[in-house]
Design a protein around this ligand. Structure first.
Ligand SMILES: Cc1cc2nc3c(=O)[nH]c(=O)nc-3n(C[C@H](O)[C@H](O)[C@H](O)COP(=O)(O)OP(=O)(O)OC[C@H]3O[C@@H](n4cnc5c(N)ncnc54)[C@H](O)[C@@H]3O)c2cc1C
Length: 453
């Protein structure tokens, strides 16, 4: 008898769907999970940090990888790490930071798995310099539809490699991967804060400071309108060197402060993040960050939200979406202006809005970023209203040659997706080669028309 389906969602808690969940502990268990009838399809799931519906399939099977979590090898000469797909970034940091190694790039939470990070081809605050995680991945082992594990890299089964990187789990289940860690001298980041008056100044600060900054990101006040639209606090940083620490701090260069992790214990009946609370937060944040330099620890710089467990509950039972848009450099200013003014006019309250500048595209077929800018903002979900707003935002993106990030998407339609991802047909050909019956599917892939609805 198969287990009862569970109701699953992404981090935004919208939408939801019922899937049967398998939790294999090894390769044989993964292969067993593949067998049988999966109804609407089967899809891998890491820690469920993608926002929308990419890590579950309503009416199908979800394979959680959390127990596929062995460290298989590490080469201290090259920094090459060989791990199973269910190992999390948090576990890698815990083991390797004390030895002077850090992730080559990281999303804004460390609670992601290696498999999930590769499947989304995640990017961090250093994209403008180094691109996304794919740039550091040497090889991937993928269990494809017939249960065999295919090793792929840029030189071996390159079609599968380029489709699996950023392929959102639709080519198969990543079993293990080899990627490079980078050396750091301390667990601190030296950050220059710049408060900007408007969008144009924000982009100018990126332009002038990014080349010399390893990390760069702006918190943007999405409720500011008129001449203040796009005002931001830009944070440009670099890894702090050992010699820059005080003699006392030098005794424990890789230490991280112990912080009490707070938690949102239950979902309030009504979302607590409304336009009033967000406006107050934005005013306070903007006022609190003048121009200055500060040394902060890695957790504070890279993972500020990880200090509040289950913060996604603050949006209430209806959940929220994250809209992450990319604009190529030539249209960034105009595109961002139009997008921001549409959001401001809609009154949608975005508590968290982050702007980053982007650098080299990698060779993933569904690669999201290339030189330009990406804006990510959280919007509380309201049925009908948010669909209409996102439809308007999607049209602005299309007009400016932009695209939406699959790891955040919850609402895009198939036509829009096809227009934004020019290598989709190439991707689909590879999917058919390794998954001829279309076994791997998610609620997202069905909505986008990648797999039959
Ligand atoms: C607070 C927060 C901040 C974030 N910041 C960023 C950011 O700065 N940059 C960024 O790029 N992303 C960011 N993200 C998104 C997150 O990094 C990605 O969604 C990532 O894919 C989540 O990893 P996961 O292990 O939780 O995967 P899941 O969410 O479980 O799955 C995501 C996708 O990966 C696939 N997948 C998972 N494991 C495997 C596997 N073993 N084999 C094949 N496919 C698999 C799933 O099928 C799904 O399509 C953020 C998310 C949160 C919650």
């Amino acid at each position: 008898m198969s287990p009862a389906p569970q109701t699953l969602s992404g981090w935004g808690r919208f939408p939801v769907g019922d899937s049967v969940v398998a939790t294999p502990a090894d390769r044989a268990g993964m292969a067993r999970a593949l067998g049988g009838d999966h109804g609407a399809g089967i899809i891998a799931r890491g820690l469920g940090r993608a926002y929308g519906d990419s890590a579950f399939v309503a009416g199908g099977t979800v394979v959680e990888t959390a127990r596929i979590d062995r460290f298989r090898g590490f080469d201290p000469q090259s920094g090459l790490l060989d791990v199973e797909a269910g190992v999390s970034f948090a576990e890698i940091i815990a083991l390797f930071l004390p030895r002077g190694w850090f992730l080559p790039t990281t999303p804004g939470t460390k609670y992601v798995t290696v498999g999930g990070a590769i499947a989304a081809d995640v990017h961090g605050k250093n994209h403008h310099r180094h691109g996304s995680i794919g740039m550091f991945v040497e090889r991937i082992d993928v269990m494809v539809a017939d249960g065999t594990v295919v090793r792929c890299s840029r030189g071996e089964n390159a079609d599968l490699f380029h489709a699996t990187l950023g392929g959102m789990g639709l080519t198969g289940m990543i079993m293990a991967a080899c990627f490079r860690l980078v050396r750091v001298e301390t667990s601190r980041v030296t950050v220059d804060y710049h408060r900007t008056a408007d969008l144009e100044e924000t982009l100018t600060v990126f332009e002038s400071g990014d080349a010399g900054s390893e990390h760069s990101v702006a918190w943007i006040d999405c409720m500011a309108s008129g001449r203040a639209m796009g005002r931001s606090v830009v944070m440009q940083g670099r890894n702090t060197l050992l010699g820059e620490l005080s003699p006392e701090a030098r005794r424990d260069p890789f230490g991280l402060p112990r912080k009490r992790v707070k938690s949102v214990p239950f979902t309030p009946p009504v979302g607590l993040l409304n336009s009033l609370s967000v406006r107050v937060f934005n005013e306070v944040f903007y006022a609190a960050h003048g121009n200055r330099r500060k040394v902060v620890d890695l957790d504070t710089f890279f993972y500020p939200l990880d200090s509040i467990r289950h913060w996604n509950r603050l949006y209430g039972p209806r959940g929220f979406i994250q809209y992450q848009a990319f604009f190529p450099r030539k249209s960034s200013l105009d595109g961002l202006r139009e997008l921001l003014s549409t959001i401001v006019a809609s009154g949608a309250a975005s508590f968290l809005a982050v702007l980053k500048s982007c650098g080299p595209a990698d060779d993933a077929m569904l690669s999201f970023l290339e030189p330009g800018h990406t804006l990510a903002l959280d919007i509380p979900y309201r049925r009908g209203v948010i669909e209409a707003l996102c439809g308007r935002l999607d049209r602005i993106l299309l007009e400016h040659g932009g695209r939406l990030y699959l790891a955040k998407d919850a609402l895009m339609d198939g036509t829009t997706f096809r227009a934004m991802y020019p290598r989709l047909d190439e991707f689909l050909a590879v999917k058919r080669r390794y998954d001829p019956v279309g076994l791997f599917a998610s609620s997202q892939s069905r909505r986008l028309g990648i797999t039959p609805a």
